[in-house]
Design a protein around this ligand. Sequence first.
Ligand SMILES: NC(=O)c1ccc[n+]([C@@H]2O[C@H](COP(=O)([O-])OP(=O)(O)OC[C@H]3O[C@@H](n4cnc5c(N)ncnc54)[C@H](OP(=O)(O)O)[C@@H]3O)[C@@H](O)[C@H]2O)c1
Length: 251
Amino acid sequence: MKITGNTILVTGGTSGIGRGLAEALHDRGNRIIVTGRRQALLDEIMAARPCITGLPLDVNDAGSLAQLSILLRERFPALNVVIANAGISRAEDMASDSWTSADAEAIVQTNILGVVRIAAATLPLIKDKPDAAFLATSSALAFVPRADFPAYCASKAFLHSWLQSLRHQMRRFPVEVLELSPPYVQTELTGAAQASDARAMPLQDYISEVLQILEGGIAPRGELLLERDLARRWAERDNHYDAIFNVMNAI
Ligand SMILES: NC(=O)c1ccc[n+]([C@@H]2O[C@H](COP(=O)([O-])OP(=O)(O)OC[C@H]3O[C@@H](n4cnc5c(N)ncnc54)[C@H](OP(=O)(O)O)[C@@H]3O)[C@@H](O)[C@H]2O)c1
């Protein structure tokens, strides 16, 4: 993917990985549109970097998506890159009598259907543009699940499969389809504690590595995967699946 001179939409751009990518890509000379539900954060981003446009978007709200499509067509005809990054994560204890399907349903809505809806709304806008790219954020947990986040991991496995089909179907268009598969990164995805969890990768380190991969064009099969996650990516092929699953899910 060309990393300068684009017009880029980032969903889930109000915090964490989306915001980090938006700011880093802004620094590389791209026009950036960030979206999210938290207007106060959109305002904060635009105040700090007036060239970034912040637009409210709830990926689960049809009206909000329709409004975004209109705005993109009218105000950003040069849009050529979309980063479908918005996502949520919840732990679930399916063995508990109080477990309900509510969290899983919310995850399916946002992490799966939210990305599919963004693709449906934006692919017609970028499909024929020069240097077009569609990126979505899955997770290294797509390859081997953390069993305490069952629907979350499965939602990312969905994206991993779905992006392969999208890439194949887009082969006649100049649209690169890329999968971001972050490891555990210091954001507030699962709550405030994650942002300072020493086991998680510092956010700026992750963003720098992603930019290096994009700049170097070193994303085999369109997968932006860090070296440290290759064992998980290939666990099944390399016959390490059970061992890695057991380590990740040790009681
Ligand atoms: N951090 C990690 O360890 C990690 C690892 C692997 C994958 N990921 C993935 O990376 C992506 C970003 O997560 P993060 O870690 O950066 O966490 P984060 O800081 O919580 O970011 C999540 C983003 O998604 C947005 N969002 C959530 N629900 C939305 C909705 N219904 N409509 C629109 N936007 C919505 C949030 O914005 P608003 O609240 O303003 O709407 C926020 O900007 C997610 O897809 C996540 O699954 C993260």
